[in-house]
Design a protein around this ligand. Structure first.
Ligand code: AMP
Length: 239
């Protein structure tokens, strides 16, 4: 991957908005970190996996295409992901934005690089959550999602008050098709194969902005720790 020159050129230009990347295998709590960040209004976040899932739930032609990849635990083609990410980027109003789950493989690093350029963003931080596969499978087997308001539950650690129903809006909770154990294992393998080399690239080229965070603690703890570290790091950089 030969993108470093372009990132550096960006860093030298004045008054860029700040971009961050959040990496983490399935079940590492990326969504929990994101919710902790957005509840503190610290950064705008582009949640790639959840945006794709929303498209599936809308039942559009695009959603059906996405579902055919996603429900099998495969990566969605970059052309589709790019459109979804670009649409979300148009809606960003704040001074900093975190990309959750993008770029996910080497082809997307090139697209990411172009997005930074076009949208006048400087790469400021890369946060990497780490977790083992068995913990991920156990966690995701219990995950439930409200299709109405997007609230997240876990049957073991954060069950809804009334079985199967969202506490907030009363909708019936669902399990994502790709949270089934055999699919989680496949997603994990894909992460090792496709995403870990991307992380290694950023660690090699930008060691000063890469933060590792273990996600083995309960998710809300990981979420708060990661948010605090991220906020601290960004404040230091802005001084
Ligand atoms: P996540 O919630 O981040 O684990 O993503 C769930 C699923 O969404 C993945 O297994 C992929 O099918 C799809 N997905 C999320 N982000 C991307 C991406 N950057 N490129 C391709 N597919 C993605």
């Amino acid at each position: 991957m030969k993108h470093k020159g372009r990132f550096e050129a960006r860093a030298n230009e004045m008054r860029r908005k700040c971009a961050g990347i959040l990496f983490g295998p399935p079940g590492s709590g990326k969504t929990t970190v994101v919710r902790a960040l957005t509840s503190h209004r610290f950064m705008d976040v582009i949640e790639t996996g959840n945006l794709l899932e929303q498209e599936v739930r809308l039942g559009t032609d695009l959603g059906r295409q996405i579902d055919s990849y996603k429900s099998a635990g495969n990566l969605v083609p970059t052309s589709i992901v790019k459109d979804v990410v670009l649409g979300a980027l148009e809606r960003v109003r704040g001074e900093s934005v975190l990309f959750d789950g993008f770029p996910r493989h080497s082809e997307q690093v090139e697209v990411f690089c172009q997005l930074l350029q076009v949208h006048q963003l400087e790469l400021c931080v890369v946060l990497i959550l780490t977790l083992d596969v068995e913990t991920a499978i156990q966690r995701l087997a219990g995950r439930r999602l409200c299709p109405g308001c997007g609230a997240l539950y876990n049957l073991h650690t954060k069950p809804p008050r009334s079985a199967g129903q969202c506490d907030g809006c009363g909708r019936e909770l669902i399990q994502r098709k790709d949270d089934r154990p055999e699919i989680v294992r496949h997603r994990f393998d894909t992460y090792q194969l496709e995403t870990v080399p991307v992380i290694e690239f950023f660690k090699r080229e930008f060691p000063g902005i890469c933060l590792d965070e273990s996600a083995a603690a309960p998710m809300h703890e990981t979420g708060n720790c990661a948010r605090e570290r991220l906020e601290h790091f960004m404040r230091q950089r802005r001084k």
